[in-house]
Design a protein around this ligand. Structure first.
Ligand SMILES: NC(=O)C1=CN([C@@H]2O[C@H](COP(=O)(O)OP(=O)(O)OC[C@H]3O[C@@H](n4cnc5c(N)ncnc54)[C@H](O)[C@@H]3O)[C@@H](O)[C@H]2O)C=CC1
Ligand SMILES: CC(C)CC(=O)C(=O)O
Ligand SMILES: [Mg+2]
Length: 356
């Protein structure tokens, strides 16, 4: 049965990087992949067209399809809008609406990029970490929130960090199962020395660990985890953490793999429906210049094929094609080094297509 995909280009570099991933998808469809796709706006693009960052038009499409491929949202022109209308709220809304609580962010260093990392090659060579980030809870969603005026006339900003036991259990399960398929090491990252929310997090992860005796579990405070990721990143196999800590640590981990332009992601619900997007944002500083690295988006398409279309063969073909173009010495500016050939976003797309 044909699979349906929604393509949400979004804002900034979103349309440029998505265009390259869609060329790859087109080629797979032309060669027999049983899938079709349609476009819908999200974020600032949706606000411009429909007055809302996650309009009904997009909701109706995204609720029906099997998988979604997203570019990125946001841009300075939207930063003065009231919060509920901002692009980033559209992104949070679609994640919540589709219950995409399980965010997988693999930080893998392609051997050819060992020198692109800002860390010494011996610190990062062979790096292969999976960050499992909870995506629909925590301080990004907790109520109350807002900016209020206190009785003394001073303003106060409020956000609320919250996690229920069931939310922790379901992300914990995903992380333990992922660790079982890898090197069976799970590090749960929290701030249980200070925050009750994460005291509960640690208690529940410890409780679940009894169901996975083959996985060795450690717990680490987030400040130490940030330091250890730079000091000795290869000590980690799978990291599980909440929404805000995972957001920050995954950007940090991206630099271990050379560039944030290399880090794909999958956001899954309980029935395998997923939204796939690069871990980076809309990069307004380079938007419209054909400079962005499209590989994180192309690798996100590979994850879509693996986790929502159950087509491991096509996923591996894409990942191998990315390996090949890096081995050929082609580099967008973010991963460029002496002796390599600097290419644009669309030229990188050309090369991946040719290598497929
Ligand atoms: N998932 C999403 O849609 C996300 C959206 N955002 C939004 O994106 C906008 C910009 O946010 P920033 O904090 O600047 O983060 P960003 O990730 O967009 O950019 C950070 C830096 O990385 C570079 N960069 C990012 N992706 C790249 C790529 N594919 N190739 C080459 N260089 C790349 C940018 O040029 C910039 O220098 C904001 O409006 C923010 O809210 C931020 C993070 C995630
Ligand atoms: C709107 C933000 C939570 C997006 C982001 O930074 C991310 O998902 O990594
Ligand atoms: Mg982020």
């Amino acid at each position: 049965m044909s699979k349906h995909i929604a393509i949400l280009p979004g804002d900034g570099i979103g349309p440029e990087i998505i265009a390259q991933a869609v060329r790859v998808l087109d080629k797979l469809i032309a060669e027999g992949l049983d899938a079709d796709y349609q476009y819908a706006p999200l974020g600032g693009a949706a606000y411009d067209e429909y007055g809302h960052p996650y309009p009904e038009f997009t909701q109706n499409i995204c609720r029906q399809v099997d998988a979604i491929l997203l570019g990125a949202v946001g841009g300075p022109q939207y930063d003065k809008l009231e919060r509920p209308l901002r692009p980033e709220r559209g992104l949070l809304a679609i994640r919540k609406d589709l219950n995409l609580f399980g965010n997988l962010r693999p930080a893998i260093l392609y051997p050819e990029l060992a020198n692109a990392s800002t860390l010494k090659p011996e610190v990062v060579s062979g790096l292969n970490i999976l960050i499992v980030r909870e995506l629909t809870g925590d301080i990004y969603f907790g109520e109350p929130r807002g900016i209020h005026t206190l009785p003394n006339g001073e303003r106060e900003g409020i956000n609320t960090m919250r996690y229920s036991e069931s939310e922790i259990r379901r992300i914990g399960k995903i992380a333990f199962e992922a660790a079982q398929k890898r090197n069976k090491k799970l590090c749960s990252v929290d701030k249980a020395n200070v925050l009750e929310t994460t005291e509960l997090w640690r208690e529940i992860i410890t409780d679940i660990s009894r169901d996975y005796p083959d996985v060795s579990v450690t717990h680490m405070y987030v400040d130490n985890a940030a330091m250890q990721l730079v000091k000795a990143p290869k000590q980690f196999d799978v990291i599980v953490t909440g929404n805000i800590f995972g957001d920050i640590l995954s950007d940090q981990a991206s630099m271990l793999s050379g560039s944030i332009g290399m880090l794909p992601s999958a956001s899954l619900n309980e029935i395998g429906k997923g939204m796939y997007e690069p871990s980076h944002g809309s990069a307004p500083d380079i938007a419209g210049q054909n400079l962005a690295n499209p590989l994180a988006t192309i690798l996100s398409l590979a994850m879509l094929l693996r986790y929502s279309l159950y087509n491991e063969h096509a996923a591996q073909r894409i990942e191998q094609a990315v390996g090949k173009v890096l081995a050929q010495g082609l580099r967008t500016s973010d991963i460029f080094e002496e002796g390599c050939q600097r290419v644009s976003c669309s030229q990188m797309g050309d090369a991946v297509l040719a290598a497929l």
